[in-house]
Design a protein around this ligand. Structure first.
Ligand code: HSE
Length: 427
């Protein structure tokens, strides 16, 4: 039976989960995959942690050189995260001809071109299923499952921390700050939650996923990004009363006009499949020209779900003699022939605090009319603050720039009203 040696760089949450799956399922893979996958080495500075997991003392390496020079190691799993050490170690492994499996979305988003070049040079594999949406097999779906389609749209809830926070705000009417604290207490959110709550994590993943879906490099810099830190209880409650739930959506679309890629909080109509994705769960909703709609749902983080994605890459690499690389020109920046759309179209939710007196509504409506923004529904609440009341409205689909112009004009009408919230809406 073919024997394949694996080294794991980092035994944090995901590294430990990967070690556990590989050791517990070793016989199962021998039987079902006809391959003996053995953890030959781990790189973990905290030796106690490695020993507690059951790693034999002689399998704990002290540095990356020991791993890349070990002839029994065929596959190197990078689960350290961040850029500097991870990039150096992954390049060292690829340059030594080892296949690399990584869960590192930031590294892959920013340096896939450099890593792929090194991999191709050495005829080594480079696999990254675990970099996006944890245990949900979205990358293999894009590469192997729906590759016969032209993908026109991809919408996903691809960050579990923010989905947990927004679900809790929706169900309990609690503030963003309180829900963030609870997410931190439960270990979903980091002590510094910026990467999750400001949408960076989702944008790294969207860059990778949309590059694969649209067969062209979609750099991080092309992604419009907005996080959830300014979302108020009132917005969530108003959306709810109009039949919407708020989700941090990552959206990628491709049409004749070009590609649009964005991450922002979005009101989703109750009844839409994504509206039912709650707590720390993730989902991706794809539309292909042949297959129609496909939705994948599952856990986007955690030791075993992310370990599951890593082990699926290990098994793929261990059982295939040919490596797979990207289907597009993998460069540092966008291909000059790819057009990106920044003035995208969407429906909008606006919350405007207005003076409660005659004629105000007419002035605001006139501004929307002049900017070609058409209103679908509107509610004015009777209870306000300092003589101002909230006016909440949903628009028809319109251009982002038109809404921004209208908002600037309303805010410039001294003493009339102030736009407190602008959120996109899908129905
Ligand atoms: N922090 C991410 C999330 C998981 O909350 O979904 C890893 O990308």
């Amino acid at each position: 039976m073919k024997k394949v040696g694996v080294a794991i760089l980092g035994l944090g949450v995901v590294g430990s989960g990967t070690y556990q799956i590989l050791t517990e399922h070793r016989e199962f893979y021998q039987k079902t995959q006809d391959v003996d996958i053995v953890v030959e080495s781990v790189l973990e500075l905290n030796r106690e942690r490695a020993l507690a997991l059951g790693v034999p003392e002689d399998k704990i390496a002290s540095n990356i050189a020991e791993i890349v020079s070990n002839p029994d190691v065929n596959i190197v799993v990078e689960v350290i995260g961040g850029i500097s050490a991870a990039r150096e170690f992954v390049l060292a492994a690829l340059n030594a001809g080892k296949t690399v499996v990584t869960s590192n979305k930031e590294l892959f988003c920013k340096y896939s071109h450099e890593l792929e070049r090194a991999a191709k040079r050495q005829n080594a594999g480079l696999y990254f299923e675990a970099s996006c949406v944890g245990g949900v097999p979205i990358i293999r779906t894009l590469l192997d499952g729906v590759q016969g389609n032209k993908i026109s749209s991809m919408m996903g809830i691809i960050n579990g921390t923010t989905n947990y926070i927004l679900t809790k705000m929706t169900n309990e009417g609690s503030s963003y700050e309180d829900c963030l604290k609870e997410a931190q207490r439960l270990g979903y959110a980091e002590a510094d939650p910026t990467a999750d709550v400001e949408g960076f994590d989702a944008a790294y993943k969207l860059s990778i996923l949309s590059s694969l879906a649209f067969h062209t490099k979609v750099p991080f810099s092309k992604i419009y990004r907005e996080g959830i830190t300014n979302i108020s209880k009132d917005d969530i409650a108003d959306g709810k009363s109009l039949g919407y739930v708020l989700k941090l959506l990552a959206i990628g679309k491709q049409s004749e006009a070009g590609i649009e890629v964005r991450v922002h909080p979005t009101f989703v109509r109750q009844g839409h499949p994504l509206a039912a994705v709650n707590d720390s769960f993730n989902a991706v909703y794809l539309t292909g020209d042949a297959v129609g709609d496909v939705m994948l749902y599952g856990r986007g983080a955690g030791a075993l779900p992310t370990g599951s994605a890593i082990v699926s890459d290990i098994i793929y690499a261990a059982t295939h003699s040919e490596n797979k690389y990207s289907t597009f020109k993998n460069t540092a920046g966008a291909d000059k022939d790819t057009k990106f759309i920044s003035d995208f179209k969407s429906a909008y939710y606006l919350r405007i605090m207005v003076e409660d007196r005659a004629g105000i509504l007419a002035k605001i409506a006139a501004i929307f009319g002049r900017n070609n923004v058409s209103i679908v529904e509107m509610i004015q609440k009777p209870i306000g603050v300092d003589g101002r009341v909230p006016l909440v409205l949903i628009t028809h689909e319109t251009r982002e720039l038109a809404v921004r112009n209208a908002v600037a004009k309303i805010n410039a009408l001294e003493g009339v009203g102030h736009v407190e919230t602008v959120l996109r809406v899908i129905s």
